[in-house]
Design a protein around this ligand. Structure first.
Ligand code: PY5
Length: 306
């Protein structure tokens, strides 16, 4: 994530809008110590006449099930959260590409791991946000770290603590001169990037790891699968071997922050021609048409802010 130079003027905390400088938390906030929080990463994109939040309902559904896994009782329903997200964007006056981060976290209640009865706080922060990767294609490394598994901390919950695993892999990759890491699951099959799902293309067929391979079930992944089938491509969810990464024709990451980003090198092996491939280009352009509001077929995925 790029550095946010200017914090927003206003945020939302536990039911009301607050100036950034007044939204403060106790140092004994449970989530700070133990990662006991679940969150969402959502984007809003300008169209010709509005700013539209992409697949907000699906992100809020995932927030609800992530919270359920960790026994976090959400005090606000999807409708209230929808209105609050819109309010946060409006009060800050954001009109351009915006990233929205709702987070549900265990607040201050004590030191112990049994957080029964502790407050479950909710915050919403939105910031102007352009590109996640500051380049049009990336070079990746298969991490020496394995993706967390369902038997440990379930990857399908978008839980803050899960990102320690991502952070280790990302730091290793960046310090070794790569842009991103690809994590294998506990069985040794390809899982995902540190904050993205992954797809490969071989002979015009598209493959992506199944939901059982320790991935976050991405909303962009679902969007991309839908758009690829609209484009006439067959998409197969199946286990992918590490070596298949090296011999595929194209590979790309996708996620809310990363959007559709081509991977042009993996473990110092050039992928395809070392530039964005034709399938990736088509699905990337189709994705941007949808989020920017140019494809009316998917207008139902957009929630207007103004
Ligand atoms: N896998 C992981 C581990 C993720 O963190 C993300 C999203 C995805 C897949 C893609 O999910 P979706 O398509 O629903 O966004 N990552 C966040 C994002 O906003 C945070 C990145 C730092 O993209």
């Amino acid at each position: 994530m790029s550095i946010v130079n200017n914090p927003p003027n206003y945020v939302w905390l536990n039911g009301s809008i607050k100036p950034w400088s007044e939204a403060k938390l106790p140092l004994l906030t449970h989530a700070l110590h133990y990662g006991t929080a679940v969150f969402e990463g959502i984007r809003a994109y300008p169209s010709d006449d509005n700013l539209n939040i992409f697949r907000l309902g699906d992100h809020l559904d995932r927030l609800v099930y992530s919270a359920k896994i960790y026994y976090l009782a959400l005090k606000y329903g999807p409708e209230e959260l929808t209105q609050s997200i819109i309010e946060v964007i409006r009060i800050n006056g954001f009109k351009g590409r915006t990233y929205i981060r709702p987070i549900v976290f265990v607040g201050f209640g004590g030191i112990g791991l049994d957080y029964t009865g502790f407050p479950v706080d909710v915050a919403i922060v939105a910031v102007p946000f352009e590109k996640y990767f500051h380049k049009s294609s990336v070079r990746a490394k298969v991490s020496t770290w394995r993706r967390i598994s369902n038997e440990a901390t379930p990857p399908l919950a978008k839980a803050s603590g899960n990102y320690l695993n991502s952070a280790l892999a990302k730091q290793e990759a960046v310090r070794e001169g790569y842009d991103e890491a690809i994590l294998l699951d506990h069985r040794g099959y390809v899982a995902e990037g540190t904050g993205e799902n992954i797809f490969i293309v071989k002979n015009n067929v598209v493959y992506t790891p199944p939901t059982s391979s320790s991935i976050l079930i991405g909303i962009t992944r679902d969007t991309v699968m839908t758009l690829l089938s609209d484009l006439g491509y067959k998409v197969i969810e199946r286990d992918i071997d590490r070596s298949e990464l090296y011999v595929c024709d194209e590979a790309f990451f996708c996620g809310t922050a990363a959007e559709v980003t081509p991977i042009v090198e993996i473990d110092r092996r050039c992928i395809g021609r070392g530039e964005i491939g034709s399938v990736t280009r088509q699905v990337r352009d189709a994705y941007l048409d949808v989020v920017d509001g140019r494809n009316k077929k998917y207008a139902h995925w957009l929630t207007p802010v103004y």
